[in-house]
Design a protein around this ligand. Structure first.
Ligand SMILES: Cc1cc2nc3c(=O)[nH]c(=O)nc-3n(C[C@H](O)[C@H](O)[C@H](O)COP(=O)(O)OP(=O)(O)OC[C@H]3O[C@@H](n4cnc5c(N)ncnc54)[C@H](O)[C@@H]3O)c2cc1C
Length: 400
């Protein structure tokens, strides 16, 4: 039995030691005496970003909100705090996470480390909200990285566990807001033709496009008696004013943002996610639709389409550019690799960046071509971890 398995079950490892430190001091002592270290978050990445045969740290003892400064809209948390654990405490003091993705199970350090995002052109990924982070470096030293050192902060914001172990994060959050949901089923043309305008007009615009009759049910989107083949399950969220009452009406809910955002998934998919420049988004989407229609049944999972606002993190998918996010999945138990390779080749034509937590084929050359600050990240990594203690077999070919 492997000692560690990720949530979806496609990555396992057998670390020499599995430790559950209960303090930053314990993390320091453990890291200082190890030659290979990785940290496990909630295990919701599809890539081998946690795998190690050395020391694996489980920081679940270091969760929880440590302080909230409502006036400055700042929250200080332990690394294992789940996204879901922010909702009620922030809401109680008039604050909220600025945006959220599809689920709330991730630990904040895991979400930040891979640039986890929601949808919205005005809204950056979680990493972009990090204002300070405490890191235990390979030598076991504690380094505090904050706004007074923007270069190192931008390296640390998306670092896939390669700069050190995050033991505390300070995030900038938003004033509490409520959302009105609008879920509708549109034709491809309706969702695609006006994509740029609808994405700009609304706080959140995203959709799932279904390539076949079987697709909608795979993400629980099927409506009884309605065919969604070549149609889109569209989600639009906008803020509402205080006079609008909360509502539980299906597909038209109104409520606090943290209540409206989360979806429910089964671990029945292996996902790839690439990010293309917003200006080329529609062109990339049209090409993806054609590819998926001719790749059936390998391409049966819906294509999820979202947007993300620009940020400054060196390894972010949205470094200095607004992006359209394209996610597709392979079916576990099938050989989905040829299909995902075709997707990689196609989106490579659009200068695609990748989600570090989702399947990808990025090479070192592509890293340097598509991430303008890759060399600065690698330089920071080498400075903080000259012996590559935090690298593993998946990360070393890209970042050694
Ligand atoms: C059902 C599902 C839905 C998802 N929805 C979205 C979505 O809407 N948007 C999106 O962008 N992504 C989404 N993802 C991807 C997911 O958000 C990322 O893979 C995220 O990294 C998972 O967080 P985690 O806590 O599980 O981290 P893990 O997968 O456990 O780890 C991720 C990385 O973070 C590092 N890490 C974790 N903790 C620390 C620490 N304390 N210090 C240093 N490094 C650390 C790990 O070593 C690893 O490299 C989804 C994944 C699933 C399975």
């Amino acid at each position: 039995m492997p000692a560690w398995t990720n949530w979806v079950g496609n990555q396992t490892c057998e670390p020499a030691e599995l430790a559950t430190p209960a303090s930053e001091d314990e993390v320091s002592a453990l890291v200082a005496s190890a030659s290979a270290v990785r940290v496990a978050g909630a295990g919701h990445s599809f890539t081998p970003v946690v795998a190690t045969d050395g020391l694996l740290l489980d920081l679940s003892g270091l969760g929880g909100i440590r302080s909230i400064d409502a006036e400055r809209r700042r929250v200080v948390v332990g690394p294992a705090t789940t996204i879901g654990a922010f909702g009620e405490p922030l809401w109680a003091v008039g604050l909220a996470l600025a945006n959220q993705g599809d689920i709330v199970a991730q630990q904040i350090a895991g979400a930040v480390s891979t640039a986890t995002h929601g949808s919205g052109l005005q809204l950056g990924c979680f990493s972009s909200s990090v204002r300070r982070v405490r890191l235990v470096t390979a030598a076991g030293d504690v380094v505090e990285v904050g706004e007074d050192d923007p270069e190192l902060l931008h390296a640390a914001q998306v670092s896939v566990g390669m700069l050190g172990v995050m033991t505390e994060l300070e995030l900038e959050v938003a004033t509490a807001y409520r959302l009105r949901e609008r879920i509708e089923h549109w034709s491809w043309d309706e969702a695609w033709e006006g994509f740029d305008e609808v994405a700009r007009e609304h706080r959140h615009y995203s959709f799932f496009w279904m390539p076949s009759e079987d697709s909608a049910a795979l993400y629980g989107l099927a409506s009884p008696g309605e065919s969604l083949t070549d149609r889109c399950h569209v989600k639009i969220y906008d803020e509402v004013d205080p006079s609008t009452p909360d509502s539980d009406e299906p597909h038209r809910r109104v409520g606090p943002a943290h209540v409206i955002y989360p979806m429910v998934y089964e671990p029945n998919f292996h996902e790839l996610e690439y990010f293309v420049p917003f200006e080329r988004g529609r062109e990339a989407l049209a090409a993806m639709r054609e590819l998926m229609l001719r790749s059936l049944p390998a391409s049966v999972f819906p294509m999820e389409v979202r947007t993300v606002g620009r940020d400054d993190a060196f390894l972010s998918h949205s470094y200095q550019r607004e992006t359209v996010v394209i996610s597709v999945s392979g079916t576990p138990g099938t050989d989905y690799w040829p299909y995902l390779r075709d997707v990689d080749r196609l989106l490579g034509e659009f200068d695609a960046r990748v989600h570090w937590g989702k399947l990808h084929f990025l090479t070192r050359d592509q890293l340097y071509e598509r991430y303008p600050r890759a060399d600065d990240f690698v330089e920071a990594r080498r400075r903080l971890d000259p012996d590559g203690v935090f690298l593993n077999a998946h990360l070393a070919p890209l970042f050694a």
